[in-house]
Design a protein around this ligand. Structure first.
Ligand SMILES: [Zn+2]
Length: 319
């Protein structure tokens, strides 16, 4: 190795204190570098230089970004290859590989995506849908096979009985079958989501427990199950329903219709009766009727927007 300044080939290695500025942040650390014996300037040494720059990136990522280990851990949690995962988050495979190897710092866009996946793993379903045209059918099916929604989203250990889940542990099979009940014939998604709310709350009123264990939140157009987008998406991945979006006069209508057979036996008699009662009560309501109806509930008026709705309000519901 040769010094670029004085051409001397006599060099030595010593510990050197680095000060890098990465994206406006000062990174300071010590690593081994090569120096010229004659003029004491830094001499280029690809091996040592690489180690130093990797160290800098690692320190930055851990302190201000996302460590390479968290990225790998996240991808493994989804059980996805680098190929598929990079497509879902919208970057090139080699970009993801370089993040995972600690050779580069995720740019701000990917940082936001990766962070939101770490905080809310179910966001992956929204990403898959919005990048759907990037996948071939084979890839899409592979993703479908690999992702296990229930373990991503609902961790059994997390269950604590509360007034927000109706003191019932979430049962996804009941969720799916409840959807099959309400979507026996083609139904608008908005109506279906309200009917789920009513069925769980009415059952709570009658028995002191919700049917599914779902939590419901107050959104603009009424009470809806938390994570409802992911739930509906999962139903179509599992081939339980047909999910169609129709466009008419600049207006989108989301229709759901059951495709699979209902497993009635999963419900207790009381639970099934609650579902039937709700179905019968709202049979002639269209989407906006039921939205209007639900807006009058105390469960809706007394809850703040985007907050979870307490099952205590079930006792004010009268259908
Ligand atoms: Zn020199």
């Amino acid at each position: 190795m040769k010094c670029d300044i004085c051409n001397c080939t006599d060099t030595y290695i010593k510990e050197h204190t680095h000060e890098y500025i990465i994206k406006g942040k000062k990174i300071e650390f010590i690593s081994k570098r090569r120096f010229c014996k004659n003029c004491n300037n830094l001499v280029y040494d690809s091996k040592l230089d690489n180690i130093a720059s990797k160290k800098a990136i690692d320190i930055y990522n851990k302190k201000y970004g996302i460590s390479k280990d968290s990225i790998i851990e996240l991808r493994k949690k989804y059980n996805l290859s680098q190929d598929l995962f990079s497509k879902i988050i919208g970057c090139a495979k080699k970009t993801l590989v370089s993040y995972e190897n600690g050779n580069s710092i995720p740019n701000d866009n990917y940082l936001i995506i990766l962070r939101s996946l770490i905080n809310k793993p179910e966001v992956i379903y929204t990403l898959i849908e919005s990048n759907k045209d990037k996948f071939t059918d084979i890839e899409y099916n592979k993703i479908k096979d690999r992702l296990d929604y229930d373990t991503i989203l609902f961790n059994d250990e997390k269950f604590t009985p509360s007034k927000y889940n109706g003191y019932t542990k979430l049962n996804m099979d009941k969720v799916y079958n409840m959807i099959l009940c309400f979507a026996e014939s083609k139904v608008l998604k908005t109506k279906l989501l309200k009917e789920m709310f009513y069925a769980d709350f009415i059952n709570y009123k009658n028995t002191g427990a919700s049917i599914t264990g779902l939590e419901y939140a107050k959104l603009n157009y009424g009470p809806v199950p938390n994570n409802y987008e992911e739930i509906i998406f999962k139903c179509s991945l599992k081939d339980l329903i047909n999910y169609d979006v129709e466009f008419k006069n600049d207006f989108e209508s989301h229709f759901i219709e059951k495709k699979a057979k209902l497993n009635k036996k999963i419900f207790s008699e009381e639970e099934y009766n609650s579902i039937c009662k709700v179905k019968k009560f709202f049979q002639n309501y269209n989407s906006s009727d039921i939205v209007k109806y639900s807006h009058k509930e105390k469960a809706f008026t007394d809850t703040k927007y985007f907050n979870n709705i307490s099952y205590d309000y079930a006792f004010d519901i009268d259908i």
